[in-house]
Ligand binder design. Structure first.
Ligand code: GDP
Ligand code: MG
Length: 162
């Protein structure tokens, strides 16, 4: 069976945009409104001759519980099903308490994690990406999901993690 790679992170960091970038088409739903991905959605991917399933996550109901708990819960379910995890952080915002909570959960899961510093649209954003070494997940991969910058290096890292 194809290995499964779950894409997790706070709402609005660009998870669905990244999934679309990898797919080369617009399938995952992108919106400025946080939490538009209602469920986990799986997509077949082939990169460098290897196949895997990419799972977009999101979806939260502000009425049910706090944002941190919801993101962590969504991520937790996806991570259980995954062989490797892509954690997307908005490099223009930096690491938040919610990001740190997800990192703790990922550590407990024991799954390999590729850290994506998203929204690095140009070279000036590289310093923002480097600041995410502080999360303790190793090298942050600077990516612009919007423009495609860095996505190949990130996919190579995903294959190494599998
Ligand atoms: P999700 O909630 O994590 O799935 O985030 P989305 O993919 O829906 O994106 C949220 C917002 O961030 C949208 O307005 C995207 O256009 C924007 N966005 C996503 N990736 C990038 C990026 O690399 N650069 C910039 N500047 N904006 C981005
Ligand atoms: Mg989404």
């Amino acid at each position: 069976a194809r290995p499964v790679v779950a894409v997790v992170g706070r709402p609005n960091v660009g998870k669905s945009t990244l999934v679309n970038r990898v797919l080369g088409r617009r399938e995952a739903v992108v919106q400025d409104v946080p939490g538009v991905t209602r469920d986990r959605v799986s997509y077949p991917v082939e990169w460098a001759g290897r196949r895997f399933t990419l799972v977009d996550t999101g979806g939260w109901d502000a009425k049910v519980q706090g944002l941190a708990a919801q993101v962590a819960e969504q991520a937790e379910v996806a991570v259980e099903l995954a062989d490797a995890v892509v954690l997307v952080v908005d490099a223009t915002v930096g690491a938040t308490a919610v990001d740190e909570a997800v990192v703790r959960m990922l550590r407990r899961s024991g799954r390999p994690v590729v850290l994506v510093a998203n929204k690095v649209d140009d070279a000036r954003g590289e310093a923002d990406a480097a600041a995410l070494w502080s999360l303790g997940l190793g090298e942050p991969y600077p990516v612009s999901a919007l423009h495609g910058r860095g996505s190949g290096d990130m996919l190579d890292a995903v294959l190494r993690a599998l």
